[in-house]
Design a protein around this ligand. Structure first.
Ligand code: T3D
Length: 261
């Protein structure tokens, strides 16, 4: 079934999800929030998909909540429900995808649009892109996981500076601060994103998914707990065809041919 607010397709093990409301800078209305989750459902049930790219159409990545979505912001209860029924499940589903997810930030990422990008595993941004914690400017707080991701990625001092001041952070500074994986020249963004996805989609997918689980939960665990988690997840990784192939390839001095199983 076709989507109204996003473009979604997959080929060669790579799914592409494009936020597609360019006249509204790809801001998130409730239809789009639901459709993004439907795309995640498709990914979860299609074992041929081994990497996901998320980007925006036109000049923006995503301007956050659609401030003109009728009724969405009409009362404190509506806002609370929007967060708990739409944003939180969407971010939870994204974080739990067991394949690598790359945010391809082609332009401004504001408010929940920035949070969406930062919830991805790798963020690749065009040099002209920027990250804006726009929430405070309209009297809201960082949501869609932003208040968790920002301090984890850049520490509380910078997280507070970004969130309290709401100034655009240029992609180059975002890279220098460790907020994102890499900033690249605008004209190189699409090619770099495709190359990164192609590389990831031919790796040992199950191990990459388990690596995400280990690293994403690490901040909430003690070293002892994390060591236990590593033992458990390593046993799971070792129980895959890709591990057997990786080991055999090493011993036979040839490139591994991973299948994602
Ligand atoms: O209930 C809840 O859960 C609330 C959840 C909140 C999470 C959030 O995301 S809160 C933050 C919401 N986002 C913002 O406050 C950002 C609003 N947008 C901007 O500040 C600016 O548009 C940008 C900094 C992103 C880009 O600026 P600029 O100058 O490049 O573009 P522009 O001219 O402001 O916008 C272009 C058009 O997009 C414009 O429409 P027009 O005049 O051409 O018809 C503008 O109204 C529209 N647009 C931009 N952002 C949004 C939007 N329309 C609806 N919602 C938006 N967020």
């Amino acid at each position: 079934m076709a989507f109204q607010t996003i473009l979604f397709d997959s080929a060669d093990g790579i799914a592409r999800l494009t936020l597609n409301r360019p006249d509204r800078l790809n801001s998130l209305d409730r239809v789009m929030l639901v459709e993004i989750r439907e795309a995640f459902d498709r990914i979860r049930t299609d074992a041929s998909i081994r990497a996901l790219l998320i980007t925006g159409s036109g000049r923006a990545f995503c301007a956050g909540q659609d401030l003109q979505d009728p009724g969405a912001l009409e009362s404190p209860e509506a806002v609370g429900a929007l967060v708990s029924k739409f944003y939180n499940p969407m971010i939870g589903d994204l974080r739990n995808l067991e394949i690598p997810v790359i945010a391809v930030v082609n332009g401004v990422a504001a408010g929940a649009g920035s949070s969406l990008a930062l919830a991805c595993d790798l963020v690749l941004a065009a040099r002209s892109a920027s990250f804006v914690q726009a929430f405070g400017r309209i009297g809201l707080i960082p949501d869609a996981g932003g208040s968790a991701m920002l301090p984890r990625l850049v520490g509380p001092a910078r997280a507070l500076g970004l969130a309290l001041l709401g100034e655009p952070l240029p992609a180059e500074t975002a890279e220098a601060w460790g907020l994102i994986w890499r900033c690249v020249p605008d004209e190189a963004l699409s090619g770099e994103a495709d190359a990164l996805a192609a590389r990831l989609a031919t790796q040992a997918t199950r191990a990459l998914g388990l690596t995400k689980r280990a690293i994403n939960g690490a901040a909430d665990r003690s070293l002892e707990q994390q060591l236990d988690v590593e033992a458990d997840l390593q046993a799971k990784a070792a129980d895959t065809a890709d591990f057997r192939e990786g080991l055999a390839a090493f011993l036979e001095k040839r490139p591994a041919r991973f299948t994602g199983r």
